[in-house]
Design a protein around this ligand. Structure first.
Ligand SMILES: NC(=O)c1ccc[n+]([C@@H]2O[C@H](COP(=O)([O-])OP(=O)(O)OC[C@H]3O[C@@H](n4cnc5c(N)ncnc54)[C@H](O)[C@@H]3O)[C@@H](O)[C@H]2O)c1
Length: 264
């Protein structure tokens, strides 16, 4: 069992969804937390939750991950406060539906900035600190990283890129004793599809969930936040000391079945 009470965990996108659940889970284990998000109001709420849940110390950093200086400031403030980093959870992400024909270049820049460039930058800044602690990085990819979804082309491209990044950095950082892994959930009820412009006018969140419930060979349920939390607590722990470069699918068999599969 890993004693997270002595560890410092940085979670991006901590104000909502998986990030909020991940922050609370590490808080319950007594970890020190650096929580990063652009949504100040919800970040403050999650910070209070984590303090009540048992976190040793919590730093909240309001930062827009599209802005390089914000990322540098978030890492600097984390190290100034805690003087170490054990686990970096690159979780923040945005979604846009759309094919190659109906995707704007504004969406292209946004998704690559938040879903790829920010994680690259945070990881780069974290390396010297993770080398000292023999720490690890966990990236939030998606089932879309390994499945050809032509109607969600941009999102899939960013997650495929993040999977490549996970594997190449796992290889590149192994000699420093740093592990790098990813978790790839299928669909879960968070706020990601509720964000402005995520779906466009012709698609509703309910339609997606109704469709997605039939795509999992293991049965009708969607992924729960707790499924992601459990995977991350494991990958972050010493129990996963042999695991690096993995993109852990949390998809109830969906990738095995393929994008056209429908369970009656
Ligand atoms: N929910 C799903 O079905 C699902 C499935 C697979 C993977 N994921 C991935 O999980 C991760 C978390 O998503 P979620 O579902 O919890 O979404 P969410 O929308 O509930 O939370 C995302 C968080 O990221 C923050 N964020 C977005 N852009 C930011 C920016 N520019 N600067 C700082 N913070 C920013 C938001 O403010 C929000 O708090 C994402 O990487 C997403 O791609 C989600």
């Amino acid at each position: 069992m890993t004693d997270f009470a002595s560890k410092v965990i940085l979670v991006t996108g901590a104000a909502s969804g998986f990030g909020q659940a991940i922050a609370n889970a590490f808080a319950k284990k007594g970890a020190s937390l650096s929580l990063v998000d652009k949504d100040e109001e919800n970040l403050n709420k999650v910070t209070e939750q984590c303090k009540k849940a048992g976190a040793s110390k919590v730093l909240a950093v309001v930062a827009d991950l599209r802005v390089e200086d914000d990322i540098v400031r978030a890492m600097n403030e984390t190290i100034e406060m805690f003087d170490r980093l054990d686990v970096l959870v690159n979780n923040a992400g945005v979604f846009r539906t759309g094919s190659v024909e109906d995707t704007t270049m504004e969406s292209f820049d946004l998704l690559f900035a938040v879903n790829v460039k920010a994680h690259f930058h945070f990881t780069q800044l974290a390396v010297p600190h993770l080398e000292k602690t023999k720490g690890n990085v966990i990236n939030l990819t998606s089932i879309a990283s390994e499945m050809l979804l032509s109607t969600d082309i941009l999102y899939g491209m960013t997650k495929a890129s993040l999977t490549y990044f996970t594997k190449t950095t796992a290889l590149g950082l192994a000699e420093k004793g740093i592990r790098v892994n990813a978790v790839a959930p299928s669909v879960c009820r968070t706020n990601i599809l509720k964000r402005p412009d995520a779906l466009g006018p012709d698609l509703s969140e309910d339609e997606i969930f109704e469709f997605e419930e039939k795509t999992h060979p293991l049965g009708g349920v969607l992924i729960e936040k707790q499924d992601v939390v459990d995977a991350i607590l494991f990958l972050a722990s010493d129990s996963a000391r042999t695991i690096t470069g993995t993109n852990l699918l949390l998809d109830r068999g969906r990738l095995l079945a393929g994008p056209l599969y429908k369970r009656e």
